[in-house]
Design a protein around this ligand. Sequence first.
Ligand code: GAP
Length: 447
Amino acid sequence: MQQSDLLDKVVSLCKRRGFIFPGSEIYGGLRGTWDYGPLGSELKFNLKQAWWQEMVRNQENVVGIQAAIMMNSRVWEASGHTESFTDPLVECKICHSRIRADQEEEIKTHEGTHKEQKTEWTEPKKFNLLVEAKLGVVEGEKSTVYLRGEITQGVHVNFKNVLDSIRVKIPFGIAQIGKAFRNEITPGNFTYRSREFEQMELQWYIKSDRKEAEKWFEYFKEKRMNWYLSLGMDKNKLRFRQHESDEKAHYARDAWDIEYQTPFGWKECEGIHDRGDWDLSRHAKFSGQDMSYLDPETNEKYMPHIIETSGGVDRALLFFLLDAYSEELMTNDQRQTTRVVLKLHPKLASYKAAVFPLLANKPQLVEKAREIFKNLKTTGLNVAWDDRGNIGKRYYSQDEIGTPACITIDYQTLEDGTVTIRDRDTTEQKRVDEKEIAPTLNTSYLD
Ligand code: GAP
C-alpha cells in the first residue's frame, strides 16, 4: 500500500464503517467540523478513558475538573489570547484566500490552482483564532463571549477552588478533557486541524524553581511518549521536536512536541510546555485575587510554576487509526483478496469481541449464541453481535473495524459448551469453555 493513499483509505473507512462523518453533511458540511459515529464515539471514549486512567486515577496527586466552555471574557485578556493568540497569514492577491504563512506545502498547492497567473502573496498579517459567540436574549444587548481556545484556562481560574476544597500539596496536577474551538484559517487533513476539537491536558503546579521545572519537564516528556507507545503506536513514527524561539506560544518558556509521522509529514500530536508562572500571575493581576500558594510546611508564599501536557484527542485518534490501518493479501479458494485490519490496541478498539452463531438459520445455534452474547454484556465488555453473511465475511468485517476477538458458537458448543475464539491479528483460533470467554478476553487483550 502506498503511504500517499493511507489517509484517503482511513477517511473512507471512517465514513463507511461509522467512525467519523463530515459535520452537517446533509447541508453541504461545515468546514473544520466532524461528527463521530457509533464506532468513532466508542473509540474516542476508550481513548479518553485510557488517558484519564493513566494521568489521573493512577496518580496520587492529580485531580480532575470540568470547567465551562464559555468563560468571562476577562479570562482571555488575562491569558493573553485576545492579544497574542494569532496565526500569521498570507493572502493570495488573485483570489484573496488566506493561508498560514508557515504552511509551505499548502502555499505551493494553492499556487498550482492559478496555473496561468503567477500568484502573489501579501506580507504575513496576524489573525486572531478565538471563536466569538453572542450571549443573551435581547438583540442589541448581547455580550460577546469566546468559546475557549484552549481548555487550560478553566483549570487555572479554579486553582484556588481546588486547593481550598481538596487536600493537595505542591507538586500536584489538575487534569481536564474537553472541547476547544479555534478559527483555524486552513482546517484540513481530515480531523488533524479542525475548528472544534477536544484536548486532554494536565496542568502540573510546581515550586518556582528552575531545577524543579527542568526535572518535571523531562519527567512528563517521557511519561507522555510512553503513553502512546503503551497503546501500540509505532516507535519509529514518533519523535520529539523542540519549538524554535519564534514558534513558541506567548505563554511558553520551553515547548516540545510529540510528533507522529503521518502521510502528510511529521505532525504535532501533543505539546509539553513550561508555562512558568504566566497563567497564575496574569490571573492574579487581572482578577485582583491572590493566586499564590502558601507552603504549609515552610510557610513560604510563592506563585507556582506550571508544566503542561496538552494533547489533542482527535489528533491522537487519527494517528492511532493511521498507525493501525493495514492491508494483507490473502488467498481464499485460489482467489486473492485483501484483508483490511485495524490493528488497534484492544483497550482502544470500539468492540472488544464479536459473537456469531456459525449459521444464522439454525435456531439452536442462534439461541446459544444470544445467551453467550448477553452474558458477556453483563461483564462490562463492549461486544458486538453479527449474524449476517457467512462466517468469513463476518471475520473480515470485524477485522476492518479492529475488533480483537471473534467468538463463534458452533455445533460443538451445543455438545460440550466450548466456543472458538479467533484472534484478529494472527487469525488463529482456539477453543475455550464458555465460562472462560470473559477471563480470556481480559487476560489476552485488556491487561
Ligand atoms: N494549552 C496548550 C495548547 O492548547 P496547543 O499546542 O495549541 O497547546 C495542544 O494545542 C494540542 O491540541 C495540540 O498538540 C493538538 O493535538 C491539539 N490541537 C490544537 N489545535 C488543533 C486543531 N485545530 N485541531 C485538532 N487538534 C488541535
